[in-house]
Design a protein around this ligand. Structure first.
Ligand SMILES: C[S@@+](CC[C@H](N)C(=O)[O-])C[C@H]1O[C@@H](n2cnc3c(N)ncnc32)[C@H](O)[C@@H]1O
Length: 277
């Protein structure tokens, strides 16, 4: 592949495409990221340069190639039990509180948006199963979504390399919830089938969620502009039960974006609920 820089016009084409289709804002100084992420895509298409890739996209209506490029520009960094404060909060306060509050109906609705390769939703499900056996007969509707079809396929399969399971999982988790598959590990079927992995673009039409008790939308809004963050936070408010909780990533907040949320201090987690009245 020719090692040539994209022209600023071609770079702007990619930045506009990614922004329109995913809301991800790529600052011009992120040109290096565009190069490193798109070179494998161009190569996979049998093209000799990134300029050819952009030319091919320009000449065709929006389709599979454009989608592949947008997906390649998403950052999928994640790990099991990423942010221990969140899981501490879930275990020590949130779920015990929910068991009392919703014990009569035994229904719990969870949405984990931007679930990447699945480590986050699986960590949540492991927490429920490991620490709350009394929830065995609860109806838990757990939906996990992402924009990337590639990530969703990995979520559904639940297969992880040794390196991936080494990041955040204890031996107990591994022996309780996984089976050895070749060189890696696969989440057991009884856990996999309890999470409904669905495609959803946060700036597209949303799935018809039931009223949600817990929402995780972590480490994705950092890539969006202020207006998009405001819109997403407003959408979540509409779906969230008045007693429900929203978890954001450690560097994300509702402050200066949506004053109808209040921060709740639980174990240092980035946790919010809608203000009363
Ligand atoms: C950094 S990962 C976050 C993973 C996980 N939530 C965590 O905190 O470990 C960001 C994820 O957001 C997804 N994403 C980016 N833009 C999106 C959009 N517009 N709609 C839905 N998902 C999006 C990406 O595909 C990626 O998997």
């Amino acid at each position: 592949m020719e090692k040539e820089e994209l022209t600023s016009v071609d770079l702007d084409y990619v930045r506009d495409l990614v922004r329109t289709k995913s809301a991800i804002v790529l600052e011009p100084e992120k040109a290096y990221l565009v190069h490193s992420r798109l070179e494998p895509v161009a190569k996979g298409e049998g093209l000799l340069s990134l300029a050819e890739l952009v030319k091919k996209m320009r000449m065709a209506p929006y389709g599979a190639l454009h989608k592949k490029v947008v997906e390649a520009m998403t950052t999928n960094e994640t790990s099991f039990f990423r942010d221990l404060a969140l899981f501490h909060a879930l275990r020590e306060q949130l779920l015990p509180e929910i068991i009392v509050r919703k014990g009569a109906t035994k229904r719990l609705n969870i949405w984990c948006g931007a679930s990447s390769s699945g480590q986050e939703p699986y960590s949540i499900m492991f927490t429920i199963v490991e620490h709350f056996p009394e929830m065995k007969d609860w109806h838990i509707q757990f939906t996990a979504t992402d924009l990337s079809e590639g990530m969703l396929a990995k979520c559904r399969e639940g297969k992880y390399s040794q390196l991936e399971v080494n990041r955040g999982l204890s031996v107990t988790h591994l022996t309780h919830f996984f089976s050895k598959k070749g060189m890696g590990w696969q989440v057991n079927e009884d856990i996999r089938r309890r999470i409904d992995f669905q495609s959803m673009n946060l700036i597209g039409p949303w799935l018809p969620f039931p009223t949600l008790d817990i929402v995780f939308l972590r480490n994705v809004m950092i890539y969006f502009d202020t207006e998009t963050k405001k819109q997403i936070l407003a959408n979540i408010r509409e779906k969230l039960d008045p007693t429900g909780y929203l978890f954001l990533g450690g560097s994300e907040t509702t402050i200066n974006l949506d004053d109808q949320y209040e921060r709740v201090a639980i174990s240092g987690a980035s946790c919010y609920r809608v203000k009363k009245g």
